[in-house]
Ligand binder design. Structure first.
Ligand SMILES: Nc1ncnc2c1ncn2[C@@H]1O[C@H](COP(=O)(O)OP(=O)(O)O)[C@@H](O)[C@H]1O
Ligand SMILES: [Ca+2]
Length: 502
């Protein structure tokens, strides 16, 4: 009988132990859940901002970027928050009235002030990068270009931001930063991507210059065209070239200059739709170093009349590309060295606008389909085209030329073929951020792309605590189970021993 009482007592204690362990377990789980919920409560994010003004030849755009301060050196964390299109032409057009260049930026800078929290204004860096329009102005009149930049700087300094100055970006940098932007936004710098050639090339068509940038599959013969970057622990040897004057606005001027003019000052233009006519003032039109005054300047005003003839248009556009000599193993045009194009490309800015107009910006559209679409548009009478497309008259009237120009630049110039055409993706944005050189430029100026991969961060306090609690809990449970089963075995052994004794 006493033994039976002893057995009841020990099983009572065992039950107590199980209940206590279960209660303890519940308490610990509850504490863990509370800690986790508190830790993960959304805290105000530590957002940082940066502004880049893209002072292009035809217009200025303002881009606001944002990122989390603690993640600034990680891959793919900077995103576009906002953008603003400055009204009016590019800053280089204000060369005769430089104060206006700064003032033209007022609305967009005010918008930036509204978009960024006031307490962040003082630490928000602002960069202004001017491209081919200012390069051309500098080559014509460097002191005027300097004055213009100073006037723009003085105006931006009146804003509460951390202004880092206005610079004329070199053609090589414009190409390289466009390439960085595209690959950064596509996440191509991440280490776990397969293969050594995971990056995509960048093709940028502006109004006054155009850039081609890519990592070739062999040696780069010309040092002038080679750029080296070490990003996130990997080396990139890039080929880049910027063709000044081969942006689509300057190219149109070079093309017009090559057309013959009749005795009464009429120019028949096969790259304008039939029925389209416009007058141009010769001294206002041929002002850039790309188009010195043509020999036929006896006329002050020219009457340009569209004839909409694709065949003739192509022939004339080809004349602005000099294919006659190449001192390297391979060239694009004008004797410029270029390795053969390979891999994928992102084509941005006017490449995109033009292809979008022809509805040819989709994937898997063949080169022949693009040619057919351009020819079809060029043979459309101007009145019909105006009725069909409700876009700015300037763009519409130039699109026959632009379509042919893009095709000739990419195919005859850069040597893309029917089979490599589909490697070009015409793009404006990547995941909500504009694909242009500005983001790459800011990442570089703020040292946000490290040469080496950022080291993995140590565990946060919360994670450390959670791991410690979980491990303690597991050890506790494990020892309880061991003790419990140990007790049961000891009881059983005692019983067997006693039985043996009896
Ligand atoms: N909606 C549009 N349709 C066609 N072309 C456009 C459109 N918007 C902008 N563009 C063209 O894109 C080009 C942008 O060039 P821009 O960046 O100003 O010059 P650059 O880069 O040479 O300094 C210009 O030729 C402009 O006319
Ligand atoms: Ca541009």
């Amino acid at each position: 009988m006493p033994e039976a009482r002893g057995g009841t007592k020990s099983s009572h204690w065992r039950r107590c132990l199980v209940v206590i362990t279960a209660v303890l377990l519940l308490v610990v789980i509850a504490v863990l859940v509370i800690v986790a919920v508190r830790q993960n409560r959304p805290t105000p994010p530590n957002l940082k901002f940066g502004i880049v003004l893209d002072a292009g030849s035809s217009h200025t755009g303002l881009f606001i970027y944002q990122w989390l301060a603690e993640k600034m050196n990680d891959t793919g964390v900077v995103r576009q928050r906002d953008s603003c299109s400055v009204k009016g032409p590019g800053i280089s057009s204000y060369w005769a009235d430089v104060e206006q260049a700064g003032l033209s930026l007022r609305d967009c800078l005010n918008e930036a002030k509204r978009s960024i929290p006031v307490e962040q204004h003082r630490e928000t860096p602002v960069f202004l990068g001017a491209t081919a329009g200012m390069r051309l102005l500098r080559s014509q009149n460097s002191s005027q270009a300097e004055k213009l930049l100073q006037a723009v700087e003085a105006f931006i300094h009146s804003y509460p931001f951390d202004f880092q100055g206005a610079q004329i970006v070199t053609g090589a940098d414009e190409g390289a930063f466009g390439w960085i932007t595209i690959n950064y936004l596509m996440g191509n710098f991440l280490q776990d991507m397969a293969g050594p050639h995971e990056t995509v090339g960048a093709l940028d068509l502006g109004g006054a210059s155009t850039q081609i940038t890519f990592v070739p599959d062999g040696e780069i013969e010309s040092l002038d065209n080679s750029m080296h970057f070490r990003l996130y622990g990997k080396n990139y040897e890039m080929y880049t070239h910027s063709y000044l004057c081969y942006g689509k606005d300057q190219a149109l001027k070079m093309f017009l200059q090559k057309l013959g003019v009749s005795a009464n000052g009429t120019v028949f233009n096969p790259c304008f739709n039939e029925g389209y006519e416009k007058s141009i003032n010769v001294s206002n039109f041929f002002t850039s170093p790309c188009t010195p005054m043509p020999p036929w300047t006896t006329h002050q005003t020219l009457r340009v009349i569209g004839t909409g003839n694709s065949h003739q248009c192509r022939d004339h556009v080809r004349q602005i590309f000099n294919q006659s000599s190449c001192a390297w193993n391979q060239c694009s045009f004008n004797g410029v060295y270029q390795p053969h194009v390979w891999g994928k490309y992102g084509a941005i800015s006017a490449f995109y606008f033009v292809m979008k107009f022809f509805n040819m910006d989709k994937e898997k559209v063949s080169l022949d389909e693009v040619k057919v679409a351009v020819d079809k548009f060029c043979s459309t009478p101007w009145d019909q085209a105006k009725n069909e497309y409700k876009i700015k008259e300037k763009y519409l009237s130039e699109n026959c030329f632009s379509g042919h120009y893009v095709l000739i630049l990419l195919v005859d110039g850069y040597n893309f073929t029917s089979s490599t055409w589909n490697n070009i993706q015409f793009m404006k944005k990547i995941g909500g951020s504009d694909a242009g050189w500005t983001l790459g430029y800011m990442l570089n100026r703020t040292n946000m792309i490290p040469a080496e991969l950022p080291r993995p961060k140590p565990m946060s306090k919360a994670s450390y605590l959670s791991v410690m609690i979980i491990f303690s809990l597991l050890s506790f449970c494990w020892s309880s189970v061991c003790l419990y089963s140990g007790g049961r075995f000891a009881d059983r052994d005692r019983r067997i021993w006693r039985r043996d004794l009896i």
